[in-house]
Design a protein around this ligand. Structure first.
Ligand SMILES: NC(=O)c1ccc[n+]([C@@H]2O[C@H](COP(=O)([O-])OP(=O)(O)OC[C@H]3O[C@@H](n4cnc5c(N)ncnc54)[C@H](OP(=O)(O)O)[C@@H]3O)[C@@H](O)[C@H]2O)c1
Length: 345
């Protein structure tokens, strides 16, 4: 099959290099500066075992026009951060009618509907990546925790794509309920993410603090209440027992929950800081908080479910990224964040 990989960051490099390594035809669509870098230096993926897989002379397109004018693909794998999606969709507007089916690998629960409205129902396949990958530089990525990929089963591409990913060494599972898969991933994304960025603290320290651990539990309970109201079951994902996490959040007293979460979060991430922390403190000026905690707030509002913790985390982190609040206002100051949550109506 022929693949168009949209975005040569951590996930695009992880999947594109593995597919190419397994003999698939892969083209990377990157923005001009990154495209030039890939053409000059190739791509490389360091596996969890330390093997370095290189593509010395990759197929690279520096614009949708270059990618699509004379080429056809069986599938496009969307590996952009959610905040880059609007500009990307605008850039492909002239090629809408001939765009290949898109596998949406982004975190969050709303992108598939946006893509389907733009490209047409049937042109979008929900996906989720549970492997943790760190981007070292343009076209250079390292697998931190190999887990796998989930794909929604109800699309003709699902089975051939799952077979190709499996053959490329990426454990892949099909899910009958794509929304349950994406929301289950969202639960894991919330853990220790916004708090870590806002307070500039590693997740292990967040979960060692009883009141912050309580805040973490509260944000997940809000998300679970939204899932229940939507009638979505929590499902396990490749390498991640999300059902066990949800059970513990729902039923365990805080005294037992805190050490469990501390252990799970400590061992689950490897040495990688959560993505919101990397995006805020790495100076990207944007995070995916609106697509994650923000989605819980939007759905909660629609369903009449209060989501004060997710709302505070979203608003605070957005104010920090936009420079409306100083980083120093919350750096290593749990009490400042806890006061802000307590002040919510
Ligand atoms: N990394 C992980 O471990 C992981 C795991 C599971 C899910 N995810 C999710 O997967 C998605 C991608 O994350 P990531 O970690 O791979 O992000 P990333 O490393 O930041 O990569 C995103 C890439 O998209 C590129 N890009 C932005 N706009 C573009 C455009 N218009 N055309 C082409 N390329 C464009 C960026 O290019 P430039 O080089 O020009 O900046 C960057 O290389 C996110 O939703 C994330 O939450 C990530």
């Amino acid at each position: 099959m022929r693949y168009l990989i949209i975005g040569a960051g951590a996930i695009g490099t992880y999947l594109g290099v593995n597919l190419a390594h397994a003999g698939q035809e892969v083209t990377f669509l990157a923005r001009p500066a990154t495209a030039a870098h890939l053409r000059a230096h190739g791509l490389s993926l360091t596996t969890a075992e330390g093997e370095v897989r290189r593509i010395a002379a990759p197929q690279v397109a520096a614009s949708p026009a270059e990618a699509l004018e004379n080429s056809r693909y069986d599938a496009a794998l969307l590996a952009l951060k959610t905040y880059h999606t609007p500009a990307f969709l605008e850039s492909i507007a002239p090629w809408r009618a001939q765009f290949p089916p898109v596998v949406c690998l982004q975190n969050g629960v709303e992108a598939e509907a946006v893509l389907a409205a733009f490209l047409g129902e049937g042109q979008v396949l929900a996906g989720t990546v549970t492997t943790a990958v760190a981007r070292r530089a343009a076209g250079q990525a390292t697998v931190e925790r190999p887990r796998g990929v989930g794909l929604t089963a109800n699309h003709p591409l699902a089975e051939p794509l799952a077979a190709a990913l499996q053959a490329a060494g990426v454990a892949t599972r099909l899910y009958p309920n794509g929304a349950a898969m994406k929301w289950s991933k969202l639960l894991t994304n919330l853990l220790g993410n916004a708090t870590s960025a806002i307070l500039d603290m590693p997740p292990a320290e967040i979960f060692a603090h009883p009141d912050l651990a309580h805040l973490e539990t509260a944000q997940l309970r809000e998300a679970l209440a939204v899932m229940a109201a939507l009638g979505l079951p929590v499902v396990d994902l490749p390498g991640v027992s999300v059902r066990r996490l949800a059970w513990a959040i729902r039923w365990l007293p805080q005294l037992l929950l805190q050490p469990l979460l501390q252990k799970a979060v400590g061992s689950g991430r490897g040495g990688k800081m959560p993505s919101f922390h990397i995006d805020l403190h790495g100076g990207r000026g944007q995070t995916e908080v609106d697509a994650l905690n923000g989605a819980v707030v939007r759905y909660g509002k629609r369903l009449g479910i209060p989501t004060p913790v997710n709302r505070t985390l979203t608003e605070t982190l957005q104010a920090l990224t936009q420079g409306e609040l100083a980083l120093e206002a919350f750096r290593h100051k749990p009490e400042a964040l806890l006061r802000r949550v307590a002040a919510q109506p």
